[in-house]
Design a protein around this ligand. Structure first.
Ligand code: FES
Ligand code: FES
Length: 172
């Protein structure tokens, strides 16, 4: 993180962010949140903003593999971390396996919460390839969904985990 120019010394920072495998150099005000910079400066609008207070989880992304609330972090705090947003899950127009499982299990209705649940689940499955259903329920309780009743989300995550284990038996 580097301060820029004398005139803007106190109001702007030069940051380098690593997002979805790409490096971005940005000039931002120190008070800008990570979610605002992702959405407005980098155009990664898949990450949603709900409560802006760390409650709903709509803004969940991965930072060094761990789910974080991007509304609670300043962009400057993310320098040096490998960030992943929901845009990293698909391969072009081809949905990723977790997204595919969500569609198959009807794990979304309005879809506002979905990017946050996807990234929460992506981080969780990387650590826990063979999760118990009750544990999935506990994990998804971290985020809010007003539409689905959660059960289809739990089933989608469980199904995706099973498919990944079938593709790679070492993940058991
Ligand atoms: S918008 Fe970040 S937790 Fe709700
Ligand atoms: S699908 Fe509408 S809030 Fe979750």
């Amino acid at each position: 993180m580097t301060e820029t120019g004398t005139a803007s010394r106190e109001t702007h920072l030069l940051l380098t962010l690593d997002v979805n495998g790409e490096r971005h150099e940005l000039v931002v005000e120190p008070r800008r949140t990570l979610v605002d910079v992702l959405r407005h400066d980098l155009g990664l609008t898949g990450t949603h903003v709900g409560c802006e207070h760390g409650i709903c989880g709509a803004c969940t992304i991965l930072a060094d593999g761990r789910p974080v609330r991007a509304c609670l972090m300043f962009a400057a705090q993310a320098e040096g971390m490998a960030l992943r947003t929901v845009e990293s899950l698909a391969d072009g127009r081809q949905l990723g396996d977790l997204q595919q499982a969500f569609t198959e299990h009807h794990a979304l209705q309005c879809g506002f919460c979905t990017p946050g649940f996807l990234m929460l689940a992506e981080g969780y499955l990387a650590e826990t390839p063979d999760p118990a259903k009750d544990e999935i329920r506990e994990v998804v309780a971290a985020n809010l969904c007003r539409c689905t009743g959660y059960q289809p989300i739990v089933e989608a995550i469980e199904h995706c985990a099973a498919r990944r284990r079938a593709r790679n038996p070492k993940e058991k």
